[in-house]
Write a protein that binds this ligand. Structure first.
Ligand SMILES: [Zn+2]
Length: 242
């Protein structure tokens, strides 16, 4: 957790912040190249989250382990929680993982992350601090051989209140190609955190997906940072005024 004293209503979450595979799992049968690629983590997402955490004075909860060991934006019953295949790549260490080992990953990686988010939301409620859940992700520019032209995806599940405002704010002059529920949406099972912690608690929420080539280049990264920060601040202010 970063900035535990953060006073912003925004609670930042970054489930795919890390490409570190727990030592007990070895290399999962993958090359160094694949273990560093977007299948292991969301490149640039942690740095963007840290920037927003500072800019907003917001608490940030981020996962320390790769989604290849356990994807914290998926419930344990989902096939993609411990993926046997990611994009077009088989994950041998997951295909052959015994049931006890999978359970150990649920207990050791997923549960503590869920508990950290649940406890932080409860702490804020008790302290009278409002909560808007903002999860930060990045996506690969080329997926299964197809180039994606969307640059920033604003995703939501059944509660679009906050997402609507962020989309309007970004459309107002950011210059980015911004789309709703693109390149993923609720039908892809990517709104687990939003449902579990946002929708179920009646909290405003949004999932932000940034194309990772924009975060790799310094000039465009700064533009992304500046416009996202402004859009989130503006969306909180219009909410308060409404
Ligand atoms: Zn992600």
């Amino acid at each position: 957790m970063e900035r535990p004293e953060g006073r912003s209503p925004v609670l930042l979450i970054c489930e795919h912040a890390s490409r570190v595979i727990p030592r007990s799992l070895g290399d999962l049968g993958l090359s160094e190249e694949l273990r560093s690629s977007h299948i292991a983590w969301d490149p640039g997402a942690l740095d963007l989250s840290l920037f927003l955490s500072r800019g907003l004075d917001a608490v940030l909860i981020h996962q320390r382990f790769s989604r290849l060991s356990y994807d914290c934006n998926r419930p344990p019953e989902s096939d993609s929680a411990i993926p046997k295949c990611s994009e077009i790549f088989d994950i041998p260490g997951n295909i052959f993982a015994p049931a006890e080992e999978k359970q150990a990953r649920v207990d050791g990686i997923y549960r503590p992350f869920q508990t950290a988010v649940t406890q932080e939301i409860a702490r804020r409620k008790a302290a009278g601090q409002p909560t808007v859940l903002v999860t930060i992700h990045s996506f690969t520019p080329v997926f299964k051989g197809v180039r994606r032209d969307v640059e920033i995806g604003i995703l939501h599940d059944s509660d679009a209140r906050f997402a609507d405002r962020v989309i309007v704010a970004l459309d107002g002059g950011s210059g980015f190609v911004v789309r709703r529920n693109d390149p993923y949406g609720p039908e892809d099972g990517v709104t687990h955190t939003l449902i579990e912690h946002g929708v179920r608690n009646g909290l405003r929420n949004v999932m932000v997906e940034v194309r990772n080539d924009l975060l790799a280049d310094e000039t465009s990264r700064k533009r992304v940072e500046e416009h996202l920060l402004r859009a989130i601040v503006g969306s909180i202010n219009t909410e308060t005024a409404a």
